[in-house]
Unconditional design. Sequence first.
Lengths: 70, 494
Amino acid sequence: MPSVMIRKGDGNELLFYIAKKDQEDPIETVETDTEEAWGGLVTLTDGSEWYIDPISPRPTFPTTLRFKRA
Amino acid sequence: MSSMTREETQALIQEVLEVYPEKAKKDRAKHLTVNDHEIEQSKKCITSNRKSAPGVMTIRGCAYAGSKGVVWGPIKDMIHISHGPVGCGQYSRAGRRNYYVGTTGINTYGTMNFTSDFQEKDIVFGGDKKLEKLIDEIETLFPLNKGISVQSECPIGLIGDDIEAVSKKKNAEINKPVVPVRCEGFRGVSQSLGHHIANDAVRDWTLGARDDDDTFVQTDYDVAILGDYNIGGDAWASRILLEEMGLRVVAQWSGDGTISEMELTPKVKLNLLHCYRSMNYISRHMEEKYGIPWMEYNFFGPTKMAESLRKIAAFFDESIQEKCEVVIAKYKPEMDAVIEKYRPRLEGKRVMLYIGGLRPRHVIGAYEDLGMEVVGTGYEFAHNDDYDRTIKEMGDATLIYDDVTGFEFEEFVKRVKPDLIGSGIKEKYIFQKMGIPFRQMHSWDYSGPYHGYDGFAIFARDMDMTLNNPCWNKLKAPWLASDDDEASVAAAGE
Ligand code: SF4
């Protein structure tokens, strides 16, 4: 369950930063992405998949969350 | 001048790896690669931030070097205690050339070495008492210091001294920040973890000091320079440009910086990050906690500088953007003159680099402005996010090497035959003796600044001075030189 910091990139896309691995990749898709909730299965542009129980209300970014490997 | 093809470069890597035993070969192969623009993520082609193989010559430092030497050391009005035996601090004293303004020994302490000079009895009985005494002595002898940091050397972690407790106690007593930093040299695989530990210590012990204090008058144009260590005056050459643009530089981290500047940084509007490797951690933290955006910029060479200045200006209103254009236009004639003078002398020359945190990618643009080509680059202690950024900057099919060993570097150089090498002091004399022009790119070979417009003029001059130095034709004794050599010397006209 690594700590992941999510922040906005230059083009307003969300970046997924795994501090432990110094790895930062844009998020491709988010399962639940509404005004009320954010989370579920998250896919990165490198193909890897991560999971977090949907958080509501939707968090403001940047923020640090704990993800599971999906 | 002929560049190597992808296959040739690949073959060269294979050839160099041949001498290693099977296991080391497999291991080292992951750290050497041929640049490929098709690859988006460096983890597909290079492994980094791993322990160096035992028995090879590596050029890395330790976590203490990353914290004391890089991040904390340049904060000029604090006293940084090298806690442990005398050598770690003494042999690295003042080596990085972080310039600062102040009277050393009175209100600034940058080039001095403070150490607890551990002896056998301190190892046996613990050194906490000694540390307390040392802090008292500092307070008596250097009352104008604004704070103290305790930089642990290896033995502190090994004997389990409680420097946090001492720091808290002394902090209450002397009413100044006393920051314990757990940067024992054995932590991590290189100085890189030292940067991280130092960033965390800043976060935990100083950054929030003025959170509840709004007496500092803010403006909409406040910025901080992060990750510029003012080597040879770099940060000054950058700062004046930002100020000309109408921005107010509140803090310099940490070249010529002070602890008060650090404490004020949470109040700025934008963090400007030069060395990503050593200060991205604190930038990310400030973004999350205080909502301060950060951006990487590059002040090497006019092309990159114009790009960066515009990108910085885009964060602010039109008045700044206008002034940004004025600044770029103002320096353009100066830069054109520099390029006109040096480019003909340097055009087409090939460079190999092997440096530290940001330069292996940041200086590429500056060389290109002079018509030179970087044919190989590598980092001592990068992580994959650094290589992600490097792939785009480097030419296709060029060599990239991570934590290169002494042997590999020499072999690469023998085959690639660059016209200039930029690396550190440990490599300098080897390559000079091999007859290859060399610049020490950590401390700018006792020159600098290289950042900013003023810096580029010095950079160009230095490269020319090194590359076209007549001494390179005199490496062979006259009685050994054949007629060919003389003819080529004459033809070169130098
Ligand atoms: S590795 Fe340990 S002993 Fe060596 S310089 Fe670093 S802190 Fe000192």
